[in-house]
Ligand binder design. Structure first.
Ligand code: SF4
Length: 1023
């Protein structure tokens, strides 16, 4: 029996995820239509949920004569306001979230000086506007008017809140004059309207019942609206699962279920409550694991102990697995997930669209995960607004080229390098080196000019391009053409189109996308991103000319509000969905991976220094906001929701860092109570063409394999090597032995040997000794990715420390300096900028505390350069570099201090053997500072980690003993042959450079190695 269909008055339907609440609502609505009874008016939680519910009802109904009326509360409110709120010719228009924020920023610009002085710095920021938007929405959810907010601010003695109340009054007046409404105001107006009998009667005319799905996700204003709409005793059915109520930040609360019981009494009697206890899409193991989480949420806020107990006691009716895996790092985690998805698709025939990967932090986790899954050949679908458009790999070079064109078309060396190495540029590290040599050879005056500068000048039209360099010439002309469009007052999209359409890149991407090879998913993604960029450019209201380019670039790069409905709609169910847990509400898939469940990310309980916390606002006072405990509970509900999305297999993954690293699985992972499996490497599976080719190559060359097997592998390779895609390009180029590195003769080992004395800096030494191959590709072949925000941040903190160390900065001016440079650091997300800023402030503070403690030290200098020749067995080496800080000890010796801004700290043994700072000591011993400290020896070196605090509030400090204290670290005869271990390490690096052999040296550095994808040592490729 369908309890919903039988409801004759208010009914609260409680049930955990998967108990069939929405199904019952859909069936009851269909029954009504089929039986010719007055239809139900149904409120769904989102537009998409409404559309899906409508489809389900139509399917269950079996006929479509009468369209079921399913809509969101906002859509219902808009109908009411348009019908009853205004004259017809003044029907209000709705503001989207970005438009609302834009309007608020415009109004704030005219409000300079009208906020209390302590808020002056925050007023112009984007975060301030976003907070105002959230508070305005919250005030309307609570039914507060501007005067109420002013009053609350005055009562609490907080003039900022009173100013906000005045601002709200002006904001509402302006919007009213423009006949525009935001969502919160829309609900507020509709609620006032349904208090009128005529409106209420009209709204419910012909309606036999009202059904509300996801009652616990309604905010107070929406609950109040439904309460005002429904006459006493009217059939009203609300489905609720308080344990997965996740929109607390939008004003919803799990207590809404209890509120339903309080509000909808009939003749003094409480409404009926029906508890659904059978979970139809989970297995007993899954239900048991989720029950652990649910218990930790405390007693459910429900009327009556029995009801609460029944609600938590679910029975399982399905089969399915739940597994918890940890991996040593994020890259392995992505590969493991890719392997499991592919296996499910190929081995079990599961459609890609039947799988989903859920994460907590969209902008932080989705871009990398989606990219790595695409790279692994998994077709991935990400709603466009989950990833900032500017972060898409295909969009970056176009935006950079547009920026350069907007400035006249001449890139700087770094920009030229990034442009040419991108898909738009089409060059690789080797061809860029060749180009640099060619440009230098073509101009006798270019001797001494760095190759980067020559390339930038040529690309910018400031230097002739030698004959035959057609690719470079084409790109130079495209930049010039785009710059001319901008100069002539063209729109950004015209310049973008000239840049995009002028190369072979679009055709190449199209070809890859259609070829259905391993690169196809990635090419699809790139094309989608570029299409979205052009759609945004077409919709942009940026003015023409260079001002418009600046405007448009700011628009794209500052896209922070997830409300791009055009990109959100671009999800077709053909690939694996990668999405946030919030967005997964209302959906379920046969195979769900909850990925990246890390402590610090899930729960995310950081408070980001908000000036106005909307949750402080209550109906009658300015409260304390949400406690950390409540925040953790909200996050637990979200984790529970994510895990309950699986209707077959559930896999929860996290990174468990090795000793000394911060990564550890979320507490919620442990709370599932399942045995955790550690997966160090993905299971080898031959599910991609590339993996198959690699395996065949390995077998064909395996001396231990039988001749028959080797020959069979060779035959298959030959067959694969002949396969072509429709454009004639080889489908499996790596099957062709002519491309096998190991079979080609080495170019020559003799040529690169470098005569005479070599020069080494400490960082160069460190890189060579860590891995010669990585060193060569990154530093000599320049195959290094652009500097990320972490590296830039390190330099910024260093610069601040340097100026403070030189006595030029106070705490205040250090902060001002950080303010100045901050906006230019390319953080991948706004939240990261905020949290890194807090870290940077703390690091500078620690540095100042540390420096205060060293006020009486005998300071020789900060940023002291050195350049000294050291005689070594086998030939001299020049050591060149800069010491962060040099102090003289009471005995007259020199102590080196090196400031570090890394996130992890080394062990004592690692510090003792760090060649980078050993070199500073060696330089002292070799007399590098004789001019300032004649005859001084090294007194050891200190590493000061500014991001890490010791118990005394200072940064953590590690000491490397002096070379006289510890001349050798091992009993290795090779080391003992040198005066100290540092001599030995320098000689080793010198030998690598002199021999010109840069071999892969696998070790801990592989984990973050930017050239790992091509490394034979790491990938196990046959070479
Ligand atoms: S992956 Fe490891 S061995 Fe290979 S280049 Fe990088 S650091 Fe060297």
């Amino acid at each position: 029996m369908n309890v919903v269909a039988q409801a004759t008055g208010p009914l609260l339907m409680l049930g955990a995820a998967g108990t069939g609440k929405t199904t019952l609502l859909a069936q009851a609505a269909a029954d009504r239509l089929r039986e010719g009874r007055p239809p139900a008016l149904i409120f769904a939680a989102s537009r998409q949920a409404a559309s899906e519910l409508r489809d389900r009802i139509v399917r269950a109904c079996g006929q479509t004569m009468l369209a079921p009326r399913v809509l969101t509360i906002h859509a219902f409110c808009l109908e009411l306001v348009r019908a009853f709120g205004h004259d017809e010719d003044a029907a209000p228009a709705l503001l989207t979230a970005p438009e609302q924020e834009f309007r608020i920023r415009e109004l704030l610009a005219g409000w300079q000086g009208r906020w209390p002085a302590e808020l002056a710095d925050a007023v112009g920021t984007r975060a301030f506007a976003a907070q105002i938007r959230a508070v305005l929405a919250r005030a309307r959810q609570l039914g507060l008017d501007p005067t109420d907010v002013v009053g609350l601010g005055e009562a609490a003695g907080e003039p900022g809140w009173s100013s906000l109340g005045h601002f709200m009054a002006e904001y509402l007046d302006v919007l009213d004059a423009e006949a525009r409404l935001d969502y919160a105001e829309l609900v507020h107006r509709a609620r006032l309207l349904v208090e009128r009998d005529d409106v209420r009667r009209a709204a419910l005319q012909g309606v036999g019942a009202v059904y509300v799905d996801e009652w616990c996700e309604l905010d107070p204003a929406q609950i109040s609206l439904v309460h005002a709409l429904i006459p006493e005793g009217f059939p009203l059915v609300a489905s609720a699962d308080p344990d997965t109520a996740i929109y607390r930040f939008r004003g919803a609360h799990p207590r809404a279920a209890a509120e339903f019981v309080r509000l909808f009494r009939t003749a003094g009697a409480p409404p009926a409550i029906e508890v659904l206890t059978t979970v139809w899409r989970q297995s007993a193991g899954q239900v048991a694991a989720l029950a652990h989480l649910r218990r930790r949420l405390g007693a459910p806020a429900l009327e009556g102990v029995e009801v609460g107990r029944a609600y938590r006691e679910s029975r399982a009716e399905a089969s399915g697995e739940i597994e918890v895996w940890t991996c040593p790092d994020e890259a392995t985690q992505s590969r493991v997930i890719a392997g499991e998805l592919r296996a499910a698709h190929l081995d079990q025939g599961m459609a890609w669209g039947d799988m989903a990967v859920l994460v907590r932090a969209g902008r932080r986790q989705i871009p990398m995960l989606a990219r790595e899954l695409s790279d692994a050949g998994i077709p991935v679908e990400v709603a466009g607004d989950e990833i900032g458009l500017a972060e898409e790999l295909a969009v970056r070079p176009l935006l950079l080229a547009l920026r350069v064109a907007g400035r006249g078309g001449a890139p700087d060396p770094d920009e030229a390098h990034r442009l040419l190495l991108s898909g738009w540029g089409g060059f690789d590290a080797v061809s860029i080196r060749r180009l640099g040599r060619r440009l230098r050879g073509a101009d006798p005056d270019a001797v001494g000019v760095p190759a980067d500068a020559l390339i930038a000048q040529a690309l910018g039209g400031l230097r002739d391009i030698p004959e035959g360099e057609d690719e470079l010439t084409l790109r130079r002309d495209l930049l010039a053409a785009a710059a001319a469009i901008v100069r002539a007052g063209g729109r950004p999209e015209e310049a973008l189109w000239a840049l995009w359409s002028g190369t072979e890149w679009p055709q190449a991407l199209r070809g890859e996308a259609l070829a259905a090879g391993d690169a196809s998913p990635r090419a699809h993604r790139d094309l989608d991103a570029v299409t979205a960029l052009f759609a945004l450019a077409a919709d942009s209201v940026a003015p023409p000319g260079s001002e418009g380019v600046r405007w448009f670039l700011a628009e794209v790069t500052q896209q922070q509000i997830p409300a791009d409905s055009q990109r959100e709609a671009a999800v077709f169910g053909r690939g694996v969905r990668v999405l946030t847990a919030h967005r997964a509400k209302g959906h379920h898939w046969p195979f769900v991976v909850v990925a990246g469940a890390q402590e610090g990310i899930w729960p995310d309980v950081q408070r980001h220094g908000s000036v106005f916390d909307p949750l402080r606002l209550t109906s009658d006072l300015l409260g304390e906001g949400v406690s950390t405990r409540e925040l953790v509970a909200s996050e637990r509900r979200l984790f529970l929701l994510a895990c309950s999305r699986a209707e077959g297999r559930l896999l929860v993954t996290a990174v468990e860092g090795t000793e000394g690293e911060d990564d550890r699985p979320s507490r919620f992972v442990t709370e599932l109570g399942r045995q955790v499996r550690t997966v160090a490497t993905p299971e080898p599976r031959l599910h991609t063409l590339r993996a198959l080719v690699a395996d065949l190559r390995r077998t064909a060359q395996d001396a231990a394999a039988s001749p028959a097997l080797r020959s069979a592998a060779a035959r298959r390779l030959a067959m694969l090597a002949e396969q072509r895609d429709p454009s004639g390009a080889p489908l499996a180029p790596d099957a062709d032995p002519r491309r096998w590195w190991g079979l080609l003769e080495p170019t020559s080992w003799a040529a690169p040997a470098r005569p005479g004395s070599l020069t080494l800096s400490p960082s160069r030494l460190h890189d060579i000794l860590t891995c010669p191959r990585q060193y060569f590709l990154r530093r000599e072949a320049r195959a290094d990715p652009p500097r990320g925000s972490a590296t830039i941040l390190g330099s910024v903190i260093h610069a601040v420390a340097e100026r403070a160390g030189a006595g030029e900065l106070t705490a205040l001016s250090a902060e001002e300096l950080l303010d100045e440079v901050w906006a230019d650091i390319p953080f991948p997300a706004a939240w990261l900028s905020a949290s890194e800023r807090a870290d940077a402030d703390a690091a500078v503070e620690r540095f100042l505390a540390w420096q205060k403690g060293h006020e009486h030290a005998n300071l020789v200098g900060v940023e002291v350069p050195f350049d000294v020749r050291v005689e070594l067995e086998g030939g001299p080496v020049t050591l060149r570099g800069t010491v962060d800080r040099l102090e003289r000890t009471p005995s007259g010796d020199l102590r080196v201090i090196d400031f570090k801004t890394g996130r992890s700290t080394p062990t004592r043994d690692e510090v003792a053997a760090m060649p980078q700072i050993g070199v500073y000591q060696l330089a002292i011993e070799a007399g590098a500072f004789a001019s300032v400290a004649p005859g001084a020896s090294s007194a050891g070196a200190s590493l000061v980690y500014l991001r890490h605090e010791s118990t005394d509030g200072w940064p953590k400090e590690f000491r490397q003993p002096s070379l006289s204290e510890v001349p050798h670290l091992t009993q290795d005869p090779a080391e003992l042959a040198h005066p100290t271990w540092v001599h030995h390490r320098v000689a080793e690096a010198r030998d690598v450079l002199a021999a010109g052999r840069f071999e892969a040296r696998p070790g801990p550095a592989c984990r973050y190695c930017p050239v790992r994808s091509s490394c034979p040592a790491s990938s196990g490729q046959v070479v």
